[in-house]
Ligand binder design. Structure first.
Ligand code: ADP
Ligand code: C5P
Ligand code: MG
Length: 190
């Protein structure tokens, strides 16, 4: 019964009407931490592009080897693959509350292709953080290196031009950051 109901909801869910929010910021900026809190408060589905790519790599699918090569070399996986994974995950979650797309887009062409083939984003949240703080957090998380993507600057510019980029100072405590994040969603997702 439950799975029948789920199939009906999925079949009637049109991803081009979904609410999508891009969540960007350097590694360690707190994207995952803040997304988890947003999921709890607003019922969004959190989709991390990196996690979806790693899961696909580990699934042994046709694209697994190719994805592995890109990730291993720290390169951006061809966007058709990443966008396909995001779209499938959105369709299968069929969540009317919306989707937090974490770590995507990594380049302006990814942003344009996603908006043209999936859905335009409501807005982009950018967690701004100094490299010192990122480094400290990543060391604490047990990692030895991180990568801040150059293209984030170009993406932010596009969103800013359309007043769709909200920059948040994420050097503060988790709760201080979340107070701003929550307010942003509360004022726009009513
Ligand atoms: P990202 O997903 O952007 O890489 P995470 O959410 O995984 O970042 O956070 C990286 C590390 O920093 C984690 O150990 C997390 O607990 C910690 N962290 C996240 N936000 C804050 C914050 N505002 N203050 C201090 N530590 C934080
Ligand atoms: O975001 P995260 O650090 O988890 O990404 C890990 C790897 O996944 C990146 O180094 C990159 O190879 C790949 N990736 C990508 N496109 C994205 C996000 C991640 O190719 N939008
Ligand atoms: Mg993360």
């Amino acid at each position: 019964m439950r799975s029948t109901l789920r199939s009906i909801i999925m079949a009637s869910f049109d991803v081009s009407q979904a609410k999508a929010y891009f969540v960007l910021g350097g590694p360690g900026a707190g994207k995952g931490t803040q997304c988890a809190k947003l999921v709890e408060e607003f019922g969004f589905t959190h989709l991390s592009a990196g996690d979806l790519l790693r899961a696909e790599r580990d699934s042994g699918s046709e694209a697994a080897e190719l994805i592995n090569d890109y990730i291993k070399n720290g390169l951006i996986v061809p966007m058709e693959i990443t966008i396909g994974l995001l779209k499938t995950a959105m369709e299968s979650a069929a969540n009317p509350a919306g989707y937090l797309i974490d770590g995507f887009p990594r380049a302006v062409d990814q942003f344009e292709a996603f908006e043209a083939t999936v859905v335009p984003a409501q807005f982009c949240l950018y967690f701004k953080c100094t490299e010192d703080v990122l480094e400290q957090r990543l060391l604490e998380r047990g990692k030895t290196s991180g990568r801040v993507d150059d293209n984030i600057e170009a993406i932010k510019k596009r969103f800013r031009a359309q007043s769709r980029c909200h920059e948040i100072d994420s050097t503060r405590t988790v709760d201080e950051v979340f107070a701003d994040v929550r307010a942003k969603f509360a004022s726009t997702s009513a």
